[in-house]
Design a protein. Sequence first.
Length: 230
Amino acid sequence: MKLVIKTIGAPQSDITAVVSEIKQKYPAITFGITSSFGDGKIEADCPDGISQAETDEILRIMVTSLNAYIYALEDISLEERLFQLLKLRKMKISVAESFTGGGISKKLVGVPGISEVYSEGLTVYSNEAKSLRLGVQKDTLYRFGAVSEETAYQMTEGLLNSGYCDIAVATTGIAGPKSDNTNKPIGLAFIGVGIKGAISVYKYNFTGDREEITNTAINFALYHVFKYLK
């Protein structure tokens, strides 16, 4: 029997501690651990003869320790899990992306049936596009820059104000290899998520090359939407 947990952003030290705790109690159990751009899978392979009570205890240990990072207790993708939740809540989502370049929308539209819950996706790289398409104030862009908490907030707000969605997610950041003639570091990113009247913005300093930064941000953005709906 295999137990599967899917996570986003779970620290390796936390995973190691959980595995160690379980192995001390149940040494016959083997683990398979994989991760791609922050999206992790932990598989616990339970040998024949292990009781239901024991498998329940193993699952309890993993969930208790890693609860802040878990999005599924089965082998399902994050975008599929998000589709399930959006459908359950009867909500539609819109997406506005700057440095992630349509990656969030691409993942979502890869899910069969997504048209039931997906409203629109905008890729707005220039300041002019952010202002014209989303209503980001020019003063905000001038004072704080395109890569800022304030801009991410107004991008998210612009989607919600359109009236075409119930929940929105927006990204702005610097993927590299250059820092766009600013003093802000490569890897700096802001992810806005919210419903009308309740928007949160999350700041990250991702590491790695351009591909790693972009894809990690995509996964974290989807995860923040998941947590908002959970």
